[in-house]
Design a protein around this ligand. Structure first.
Ligand SMILES: *Cc1c(COP(=O)(O)O)cnc(C)c1O
Length: 398
């Protein structure tokens, strides 16, 4: 279907919840996608940090095809092998002891919020249910997760929100200490705020947060929906930041494009969920988990994590050089292949210019560009983006 026709039908039949780029994607291969007219685009968005193995990875395709032919769905009334195996891999390679599967990042955070409340309720009784989250955070679009999200723009018009949430400035331990009371059940934060503009948590800050949580038996919950699954060069970002959470949520990259989310926890916390206390019809279905297993195997058995770390360093250095040469670049932030630059100009102008030059990038907020390419991105491809950005910034300055 030609792009123009698709755009018109989308306007007619879809609820208008998205501001879309003027591009319809027909297919993808590796780090490239193609429109219906056959034009090629280098993909630095990767389905918003989802397609970590790129498009059409043979192992992922094979796992999905095989599992689809064998068994797609059963519900959680029965045991299925891919779900148990994926849980085992995640447990073997993280701080966690137990996993609950769902279908998205928002649902993973819902599970985390419910688990924290339940844990606190069972141990301390009613009333100790409050959750402290960060300003500028992003945790999803359900009612509980827009409440957890410290940004008015996602909450506006949906009031009343869920009671019991407090917001503090990111990387500010004094504010956090004041917000934690004898009613606090948990603290929820992203090790790197992605949607909020690529802000990395300080190691020293996280150490203090961990100590505060341990001292007060407040649960530390990391939302690694965006930073998990190798995005930062290690399987999970917390591994590089020197602090372990009690609960962690995953989604985006976990299925390499198949919808799947997960809430992981240490045993003493996970025990707060008993049969019937939480559930999902689709959660952890064999097809999604087979995809998750394939992703994990490629990440753990191949050289992908090493590659992502090296590419992240190359990218960060290139962006810093770009900042030195172009005054419009105010700051470079990020870790691994989650990189961002803050600009003195509108991000969407650069997004449009890159699109016209055959490169997909994403803007977040008004002035930040976010780069979350597949982890298989190459040095040559990163350099092509850097050259393109340099051209756009030079033209802007002229
Ligand atoms: C994308 C994202 C979510 C929401 O995930 P959905 O799958 O869209 O529900 C939650 N937290 C973080 C950190 C994210 O980046």
């Amino acid at each position: 279907m030609p792009t123009e026709e698709l755009k018109q039908d989308a306007a007619r039949y879809l609820m208008q919840t998205y501001t879309r780029q003027p591009l319809a994607i027909a297919r993808g291969r590796g780090t490239k996608v193609y429109d219906f007219e056959g034009r090629e685009y280098l993909d630095f968005v990767g389905g918003i940090a989802v397609n970590i193995l790129g498009h059409g990875h043979p192992d992922l395709i094979q796992a999905i095809q095989r599992q689809a032919a064998q068994l797609i769905h059963t519900s959680n009334l029965y045991y299925t092998e891919p779900q148990v195996k994926l849980a085992q891999v995640l447990v073997d390679h993280s701080f966690a002891d137990k996993v609950f599967f769902c279908n998205s990042g928002a649902e993973a955070n819902e599970a985390a919020i419910k688990l924290a409340r339940r844990y606190s309720h069972d141990k301390y009784g009613a009333g100790r249910h409050e959750i402290v989250t960060m300003k500028n955070s992003f945790h999803g679009r359900t009612m509980a997760t827009i409440t957890a999200t410290g940004q008015e723009k996602v909450q506006k018009g949906y009031e009343p929100l869920l009671p019991g949430f407090h917001y503090v400035a990111f990387n500010n331990v004094e504010e956090l200490e004041q917000a934690v009371t004898d009613k606090t059940a948990a603290i929820l934060l992203e090790p790197i705020q992605g949607e909020g503009g690529v802000h990395v948590a300080d190691r020293e800050y996280l150490k203090q947060v961990r100590a505060l949580c341990t001292k007060k038996d407040v649960l530390l919950m990391f939302d690694e929906v965006q930073t998990g699954m190798g995005r930062t060069g290690t399987l999970f970002a917390y591994e590089q930041l020197g602090v372990q959470p009690d609960i962690m949520t995953l989604a985006k990259g976990l299925g390499g494009g198949m919808p799947i989310g997960a809430c992981l926890a240490i045993d003493s916390v996970a025990q707060a969920f008993s049969p019937g206390s939480h559930a999902s019809t689709f959660g952890g279905n064999p097809l999604a988990c087979a995809a998750g297993l394939a992703v994990c195997r490629v990440l753990l058995e191949g050289q992908v994590l090493d590659h992502a770390r090296r590419m992240g360093e190359h990218f960060a250095k290139g962006l810093s050089d770009c900042q030195e040469r172009h005054r419009v670049v105010r700051e470079v932030r990020g870790l691994g292949l989650l990189q961002g630059i803050e600009l003195d100009m509108e991000g969407k102008v650069v997004v449009a210019e890159c699109l016209a030059r055959g490169i997909l990038i994403n803007g977040t907020g008004e002035h930040v560009l976010r780069f979350v390419p597949p982890l298989i991105i190459t040095e040559i491809e990163i350099d092509r983006l850097l050259d393109t950005l340099a051209q756009i910034f030079s033209k802007q300055a002229a």
